[in-house]
Write a protein that binds this ligand. Structure first.
Ligand code: ASN
Ligand code: ZN
Ligand code: CA
Length: 345
């Protein structure tokens, strides 16, 4: 059959009705986007991978591409297996567009190649993950008590950013570099969420606010304005931060990123009020999300290496701000002030 690009739409779980670029194969549409490197979404059929440490897998859950007769996908309810697929495909769309339109990066690897998504992985699976070996994303449905399907925009942006980090700085996933790896995913996951400008899933500095359920006990997985709100993450650097789980040591850089973009003190964005503290009681004046993204992206892709620690991240982002705005710029001064405000000196 000949393949043609088609424009359809889908009813997502978290983002309302969204446009989708798809593939028409004969008389059947496939949830595969030729305009974004043939990125596609498949059904894992509630199966799981059987893999060992080091990434060797002896069996893998399927990734059977979703198909549809009329190019209108999903119902917006989880009773339709295509609904989570709509969210996952839309998440790859906005992540692709964010990196391409904002940073000039053509796909996760920068080579124009699309990735693929698997939804409905396992049973009541409370996680989502990027896998370098398949260049693919996997989403669980959640247990329905603590978490729902993990297909929100910030989670999609977070996970695919692990692929970008892997292809660039390759920050080692332990110690302080591991915290920086995780923070890079939270920072760009959040900037992807803002970039989508989706009224049903508006941008915020919370991670996972759409996927948490009442049994989780709080309204998000993580909080960038004040990471300690999750009960485990740290707001400020100390010499022991590298001993923490990487999802908690990320707090230092998440807090830096919030302060650099939005500044210290109280601020309301899209109806959410933040109150971000500083280590030294200083006031930080924010430079906005676009400049945060430009500085972090240049730091990640030009200056950070696999072993970059928090002191190195301060230097990397100062170098990036100097390159982009000048050593005497307000942006350079703000980067220094925001790191000092999280006790990275
Ligand atoms: N969802 C987790 C994360 O991206 C998966 C993992 O533990 N790497 O951080
Ligand atoms: Zn992560
Ligand atoms: Ca969010």
């Amino acid at each position: 059959d000949t393949l043609e690009t088609a424009t359809g739409d889908g009813n997502s779980l978290y983002g309302g009705k969204v446009p989708l670029e798809t593939t028409l194969s004969g008389s059947t549409y496939q949830l595969k986007d030729p305009t974004r490197g043939n990125t596609y979404t498949g059904d894992a059929a509630n199966k799981t991978d059987l893999c060992f440490l080091g990434g060797i897998c002896i069996s893998r859950a399927p990734s059977t591409v979703f198909t549809d007769a009329d190019n209108h996908w999903g119902t917006g309810a989880t009773t339709d297996r295509a609904t989570a697929a709509v969210d996952a495909q839309y998440g790859t769309d906005v992540t692709w567009d964010y990196y391409k339109n904002v940073h000039g990066r053509n796909g996760i690897a920068g080579d124009g190649k699309g990735s693929y998504n698997r939804v409905h992985y396992g049973t009541r699976y409370n996680n989502a993950f990027w896998d370098d070996s398949c260049f693919c994303m996997t989403y669980g449905d959640g247990d329905g008590t603590q978490l729902g399907p993990l297909v929100s925009l910030d989670v999609a942006g977070h996970e695919m950013t692990h692929g970008v980090t892997s292809k660039t700085a390759a920050l080692t996933y332990s110690g302080e570099s591991g915290g920086l790896n995780e923070a890079t995913s939270d920072i760009f996951g959040t900037l992807v969420e803002f970039h989508a400008n989706n009224a049903a899933d508006a941008g915020d500095y919370l991670i996972g606010e759409k996927i948490v359920r009442s049994g989780f006990g709080r309204d998000a997985l993580r909080y960038m304005d004040k990471p300690s709100k999750d009960g485990s993450s740290v707001d400020y650097w100390s010499s022991t931060v590298g001993t923490l789980d990487v999802h908690y040591s990320s707090g230092v850089a998440n807090h830096f990123a919030y302060l650099l973009a939005e500044g210290s003190g109280t601020k309301t964005i899209n109806g959410v009020t933040y109150n971000s503290p500083t280590f030294n009681g200083s006031t930080v004046t924010g430079i906005g999300r676009a400049k945060l993204g430009a500085i972090w992206y240049r730091a990640l892709t030009v200056y950070m290496t696999s072993s970059t620690n928090y002191a190195g991240a301060r230097t990397a982002t100062l170098n990036a701000a100097r390159d982009l705005y000048g050593a005497g710029s307000a942006e350079y001064t703000a980067v220094a002030a925001a790191w000092s405000a999280v006790n990275v000196n």
